[in-house]
Design a protein around this ligand. Structure first.
Ligand SMILES: [Ca+2]
Length: 294
């Protein structure tokens, strides 16, 4: 009897600690979902009760690969023989959809494919964390970006309602990015499109929807059809040696240390568009390098 009571108390304290419906900041979120978006209060509370705090997400979000790895290390992860051959295969298998997206949005099939390669290995790894756990953990307990993630949590409630997906079962990256193209909830709602014509936007099961959505995302973030991603330049008089194309509005000096050598580039509108996908220069550069391999 004594033991049983002990176990009960332990379980209770574990649950109450992990229960996001009673977190000090939860009432604000519940009020917003109920008053502004018309959710049932009991539903929101039940979802938050079922969300679990995962401390590893707090650690991961504080130390993303883009920040902790050198360019050489980062490049070695993404520019690999296997990923290059998988990408070439992907292009062959999806050539019609890729060419349709290229014609409609002006984004080359190689760039769309490279993003899919870097994000999920062409759908092979879409993330194994429950999105509800990521977004509650980061939204309530991340010291730096809780406001951003709490907004994503609201967007996730809306997305799951609109698309009729299970809020407790949906999986994604540690930061709540989902599907083939790893869209966070706000991007999913704003930029994902139906591209296989079934009338439903499905980044989890439709490669075609993912291809169209990536192209749409890049176009909406400034991709220029005839533009460049980067131009290699030499350190002195960068501006003098660089001949910008007509539509250039961005001029982003970039330096990458590659095997001990300093390389200089000017990033263009299209570099900026890729970097909007994942706010990081090394990410955009890896996508560019991988696309060049196709
Ligand atoms: Ca669809």
């Amino acid at each position: 009897m004594k033991n049983l009571l002990f176990i009960t108390v332990l379980t209770f304290s574990f649950l109450s600690e992990a229960d996001y419906s009673t977190h000090k900041d939860s009432q604000m979120l519940i009020d917003e979902l109920v008053n502004e978006h018309g959710f049932e209060e009991a539903y929101v509370i039940e979802v938050l009760q079922n969300a679990k705090r995962r401390d590893e997400m707090l650690r991961k979000v504080a130390n993303p690969a883009e920040k902790t790895k050198t360019w050489d290390d980062y490049k070695a992860i993404f520019i690999k023989k296997k990923r290059i051959s998988d990408g070439k295969k992907f292009i062959k298998e999806n050539i019609n959809t890729l060419e349709r997206a290229e014609a409609e949005f002006g984004v080359p099939k190689e760039i769309i494919t490279a993003i899919l390669g870097v994000e999920t290995n062409f759908g092979g790894n879409m993330g194994s964390f429950r999105v509800i756990d990521s977004l509650t953990t980061l939204g309530f307990d991340d010291p730096r970006r809780s406001k951003f993630f709490r907004n994503e949590l609201i967007q996730f409630f809306l997305l799951t309602r609109e698309n009729d997906i299970d809020i407790l079962k949906t999986k994604g990256s540690y930061a709540g990015a989902m599907g083939y193209s790893q869209f966070i909830s706000s991007s999913y709602r704003a930029y994902a499109i139906d591209y296989d014509g079934d009338g439903y936007v499905d980044l989890f099961n439709s490669v075609e929807d993912a291809i169209g959505s990536i192209a749409n995302y890049l176009k909406r973030h400034g991709w220029k059809k005839e533009g460049k991603v980067v131009t290699k330049v030499y350190p002195n008089n960068v501006r003098k040696f660089y001949k910008p194309h007509k539509s250039l509005t961005q001029f982003i000096p970039l330096t990458f240390i590659e095997k001990g050598e300093e390389l200089h580039f000017i990033g263009d509108d299209n570099f900026r568009a890729i970097a909007r996908y994942n706010i990081s220069d090394v990410y955009a550069m890896a996508v560019y390098y991988l696309a060049e391999e196709f």
